[in-house]
Design a protein around this ligand. Sequence first.
Ligand SMILES: *Cc1c(COP(=O)(O)O)cnc(C)c1O
Length: 353
Amino acid sequence: MNCLGHCHPTPVRALQEQSEKIWHLSNVMTNEPALRLAKKLVDSTFAEKVYFANSGAESNEAALKLARRQALEVHGSDKTQIIAFNQGFHGRTFFTVTVGGQAAYSDGFGPKPGDIVHAEYNNLDSVKALISDKTCAIMIEPLQGEGGIVSPTDEFIKGVRELCNQHNALLIFDEVQTGLGRLGSLYAYMDLGVTPDILTSAKGLGGGFPIGAMLTTTDIAKHLKVGTHGSTYGGNPLACAVSEAVIDVVNTPEVLDGVKAKSVLFVDGLQAINTKYNVFKEIRGKGLLIGAVLNDAYQGKAKDFLVAAMSEGVMTLVAGASIVRFAPSLIIPDEDIKEGLARFEKAIAKITS
Ligand SMILES: *Cc1c(COP(=O)(O)O)cnc(C)c1O
């Protein structure tokens, strides 16, 4: 979220300047920050069209509705199946929790949106077993975040693209967590050799300010005509001005190469801690989205590590019950990584003593 930390001067200035121009417009009009941001996203990705929303869930909701509408208009009413993945996370609207792979989030609200099935991440055969010409889209995170910091294998992610091509299904990448430089490239797809048909972005896109976006091609976008879908605040000039400034800072070799270098420092530091305390069975992830998987003696205890770290002044996250997740600012100074790890080590010393 806070991909540039707190109060980075570039987005702060953009917000201040925009706040004295215009805050909001009727959505029969557009505004300059929205047009500039859309152009920036189009110029730096595969996309030709952008739809703005206010969050990750809303961006995914738009992507799923677009995929269903596109399939209906191009292929007819039978093509409605959506394939997603166990442990996937796509937001908290009813459509997106149902597509997400944790029943605990979608149960208990009555009848769910239909024709949504789940395969196993990194298991191409499980996708093959479900896909058919009735599949309208596959929605996937190009690295499962909430689900446990799981990277896709090369064979799997390329295989998923290939299966979509064979069955005329759209490939939707949910890059809400992986986008905006988090993994060391502007978007994760750029490093995978796989281009999606639709991509969603949020979290880092606003650097802590609420905004979301759905990116796609002109050919697909034409199925979401004006009036078919919309949002009052999507494309809000304040949010778009901030986001434009965030992209200007993040989408530079300096910051993106920095993510890769800081990742090495971070992972090496965690390995060194583990050599002393033997608490992790694996350190995984990519760029500055890192998961430390607790070994069997600490199963289900990730929350305890989070709480202990917090009392040493270090903010961590969890990804499931047994993984401690780190997602620091992309421009965190190396000294802060070292200081943070030293404090994290103190927390671990307390837990293990
Ligand atoms: C956080 C997250 C979302 C939901 O984003 P919100 O802005 O909370 O609605 C969707 N997908 C992924 C992969 C996420 O990590």
